[in-house]
Ligand binder design. Structure first.
Ligand code: GTP
Ligand code: MG
Length: 319
């Protein structure tokens, strides 16, 4: 990292890491480039940032899938691992599942119901050492999380793991559960990465699943599943929601019942102000206080806009 970076640069970098949309990412990147002092020490960083801008740009992205629901997971894996079978088991989508490799040719989304919300899963074409669709880096980069799908019975499992790690690296995604290395490039996104060891119905003793877990290395939550039998899918659903680190908030108008059908979905750590912004920016501007049910000390507790919300709080905004 070159010396003499202004403090605003760090802030822009933080915003880039936390950005949820292409627009936010590009905005932060533009700012980072503008704030970068132009001298020899920053040449490499300038080039890296230009490259990152490229990766994040929507018009270079034929594999772009519009984000819906509480968050988007990219399902990636070697041929025949059962990516499409998992999408079929977890969502209402009807992808083609077949006993030969390279069945899936284009990204296909499906919505996974979880409690009172939906999480988007995107099935993708297989990646191998020889071939990956060029748009796969963009797809992985823009997703909120990546699910590595492995066939625990595959005899080339370690090669498959290496290929997936390489794809994550090319996509500038760093698994959130792994400590970020000191020399990490600034454009690296820390995102949840989970692994599903599929076809565990063919591995009753769990020996192959244990080998797969080892091959993946530390900092990579691993869940043995069987898309065909439905084993482990409840745990997988829970993990896919939990790893997104989202909270659900039920908004309520004064004197009325809360809307328990359609929660607002916010990032973990979101405040009353963040909720108000999602409801309407005018309400956020005029907000005086809020009343809180759920995690409050007492029901209907009055809180200010800085108050940090918890999953399933009921909030009444007073503007
Ligand atoms: N025994 C068993 N077979 C499975 C399981 N999941 C998928 N399969 C089988 O594995 C084969 C491949 O499944 P797909 O879902 O098409 O695999 P994919 O990863 O989407 O494959 P590509 O699209 O070619 O990359 C099919 O014959 C499935 O029936 C499982 O949990 N157990
Ligand atoms: Mg498939």
């Amino acid at each position: 990292m070159p010396a003499n970076l202004p403090p605003q640069y760090k802030e822009a970098e933080q915003r880039f890491r936390e950005a949820k949309s292409h627009e936010e990412k590009l905005e932060a990147l533009r700012e980072m480039m503008a704030l970068l002092p132009k001298h020899k020490g920053t040449d490499k960083l300038q080039a890296d940032l230009k490259h990152a801008k490229h990766v994040g740009a929507r018009h270079f992205d034929p594999g772009h899938v519009r984000r819906e629901g509480a968050g988007q997971w990219a399902l990636i894996g070697p041929p025949n691992a059962g990516k499409s079978a998992l999408l079929k088991a977890l969502t209402h989508a009807h992808p083609e599942v077949a006993p030969y490799p390279f069945t899936t040719h284009a990204p296909q989304p499906g919505m996974m119901p979880f409690e009172d919300l939906q999480v988007q899963l995107v099935d993708t074409p297989a990646v191998t050492a020889q071939h990956a669709e060029p748009y796969m880096t963009n797809l992985v980069h823009s997703a909120d999380g990546t699910l590595l799908v492995l066939d625990v019975t595959a005899d080339d499992l370690e090669d498959g793991v290496a290929v997936l790690h390489a794809l994550l690296e090319r996509s500038h995604v760093w698994p959130a559960a792994r400590p970020l290395p000191a020399d990490a490039p600034p454009f690296l996104l820390q995102r949840p990465v989970l692994a599903a060891g599929n076809k565990c119905d063919l591995d009753p003793g769990g020996t192959l699943a244990a080998l797969a877990r080892d091959a993946l290395g530390p900092g990579m939550p691993f869940l043995p599943v069987s898309a065909e039998r439905g084993t482990g899918l409840d745990e997988l659903r829970r993990a896919l929601f939990a790893e997104l680190r989202r909270i659900r908030i039920y908004a309520k108008e004064p004197g009325k019942k809360p809307d328990l059908e359609r929660p607002f979905v916010l990032m973990h750590g979101a405040t009353v102000h963040d909720l108000a912004l999602q409801v309407h920016k005018d309400i956020a501007a005029r907000l005086k206080y809020a009343r809180l049910w759920g995690s409050a000390k007492f029901e209907g507790q009055q809180v200010d806009r800085e108050h940090v919300l918890n999953d399933r709080d009921v909030v009444e905004l007073h503007a």
